[in-house]
Ligand binder design. Structure first.
Ligand SMILES: [Zn+2]
Length: 278
């Protein structure tokens, strides 16, 4: 299901598969093991096992050759409902800081700094890129995602650029003082989403999925008139039940002037309760 997707930029490079560590039930917190693998476990019913593995590794930057110490996600899990914009629930939600790394030598930002994806010297050393990386109005991790988006766009990977920009948005969402930057990121993600669709590289395979994302980006940016126009144009033709539920719920949120984050499960519950009232 496309709505369960959280972005391919966050995937783990195959060369860095971790050793297996498990966290037992009702154990929480973070521990550091001797082999540099951190793990976080989540409280679960007795007997169930859950874990996120984060491990550290020295990598050589594919752009400048400098070695640096980075953290990578070995494994994680998601329990519960994603947000309407696909932001995953915990534990994956809290691993976002490890989805992108930044080379301290040149500023190259990527999910895997060692992966050679082509000639990137010009883009990484460009004034626009370096200014973005050092933009003090945004959290540093958001800047890393936005730089990753610049590189993706430079490489013609528009779909990846949308996801990286959305990830920057989520970083900004997590600090109240960056609410305006979150809106700016959402507008940038929307522009990239539309560009990707025009280029035949849509964010989701199903047009309805991209449409529902467009509505959420508009609503959470506070552009209620545009969000309402978008939802009205899509709601009639939406036949996939989950997308239709999301659009019906989005229409309700737009009508009540609600620009906050909400869960997909709230949309399902809303439509279910609405059906019972009728
Ligand atoms: Zn570098």
């Amino acid at each position: 299901m496309p709505w369960a997707r959280t972005g391919r930029l966050a995937r783990l490079p195959s060369r860095m598969q971790p050793a297996v560590f498990t966290g037992r039930s009702l154990h929480s917190g973070m521990e550091r093991s001797e082999n540099k693998t951190d793990y976080i476990s989540l409280a679960l019913p007795e007997g169930e096992i859950s874990m996120t593995t984060i491990f550290s590794s020295d990598v050589r930057c594919a752009v400048c050759g400098q070695e640096s110490h980075v953290s990578q996600i070995g494994s994680t899990n998601s329990f519960g409902s994603p947000d309407l914009d696909t932001r995953p629930p915990e534990m994956k939600r809290s691993t976002i800081w490890a989805w992108v790394s930044c080379c301290p030598g040149c500023g190259y930002c990527a999910s895997d700094l060692a992966e050679d994806v082509g000639e990137l010297n010009a883009i990484v050393h460009s004034p626009d890129y370096q200014a973005r990386l050092k933009d003090e109005r945004c959290p540093a991790k958001a800047n890393e995602f936005l730089c990753q988006a610049l590189i993706a766009k430079h490489l013609g990977r528009l779909q990846d650029a949308v996801w990286a920009t959305l990830h920057a948005t989520w970083i900004c969402d997590d600090s109240a003082e960056h609410a305006q930057q979150a809106i700016e990121c959402r507008k940038a993600a929307l522009a990239l989403l539309l560009e990707a669709e025009r280029a035949g590289d849509p964010m989701f395979d199903e047009p309805a999925g991209s449409g529902a994302m467009r509505v959420d980006l508009l609503r959470r940016s506070g552009d209620f008139p545009a969000a309402r126009a978008a939802v009205d144009s899509m709601i009639v033709g939406a036949d996939e039940s989950i997308i239709r539920s999301i659009l019906v719920f989005q229409k309700h949120l737009i009508e009540t002037g609600d620009a906050a984050a909400h869960l997909v499960s709230e949309a399902v519950d809303f439509v279910e309760k609405k059906g019972k009232r009728q």
